[in-house]
Design a protein around this ligand. Sequence first.
Ligand code: C2E
Ligand code: CA
Ligand code: CA
Ligand code: CA
Length: 279
Amino acid sequence: AKQDSPMGFFHIDDKAFAAYNRFIAINNLLSQPQKISGLSLHFQPQFNNDGHLFSCEALLRWNDKDMGFISPAEFIPLAEENNAIIEIGQWVIEESCAFIKQLQDKGFSLSVSINVSVKQILMPDFSSGFINTLEKQGIDPSRIVIEITETVLISNIAVVKETMSTLAERGIRFSIDDFGTGYSSLAYLKELPISEIKIDKYFIDDIQCNDESKSYAIVDAIINMSKALGAVCVAEGVESESQFHYLKRHGCSLYQGYYFSKPISMTHFVSFLEKRAQS
Ligand code: C2E
Ligand code: CA
Ligand code: CA
Ligand code: CA
């Protein structure tokens, strides 16, 4: 079926019209981030070479009362565009800290990786605000890993370097997310305090039955480069035992993916840890 467009000049089909309306509605919600409701954090466990739960990554979930579930892949790019990510990102930091506090109080010493957007990092008071939040909640900075993508490194390197150094001096660690998909210069990696490199799922997907894939060589190179930089190498999107075994054999250190666990709610995560501690 065809519909008239809002301007009436041309016809677009129902599906495109619905997608267009959804885009407008999400953008409207994001234009007043303080009014957004239905946000929560899920945590995806990261496992070490022995298959033990070692750390986790905080991932946003948005379940709006009218729109239903909105995927981060859908709303994060829009939130970055209209700067709503600054306010939402601050909420993510506070909520993650509350989770770490809960873990700390129960005697669990996992670290939590928090995704931070370039817009947040470039705010002049980002590092002081972050340190304040940690101090206010009584959180050990070594429990925090900040995940940034390569776009951060090509934005304003002087500001980024200063912010990263200030936070790294306090014991906060940095991870380069989705490594290999951006355009960062290897020279930056040498200059910045980077503790961890995450191989993007895009490369991990090929570590399967397709022995011809160039991804094997790329994955090996990223693992070796991490070692040369003294950084921990994390694989994301690990979905099978054969991927895990390949990565383990080739020197990777941490694994995250559906093979081990999907992202789970805070309550679910804590009850998992408590059950494990009892057994
Ligand atoms: P990301 O940082 O690369 O996060 C990994 C994504 O892969 C997550 O998607 C996770 O649920 C998914 N994933 C993990 N393991 C597997 C697997 O084995 N198979 C498959 N198919 N997927 C897997 P999610 O939660 O939809 O998040 C999408 C992206 O949105 C994230 O990609 C990240 O860039 C962004 N994002 C999520 N939360 C935040 C946040 O709090 N702040 C910012 N700035 N960005 C966020
Ligand atoms: Ca991430
Ligand atoms: Ca990632
Ligand atoms: Ca990714």
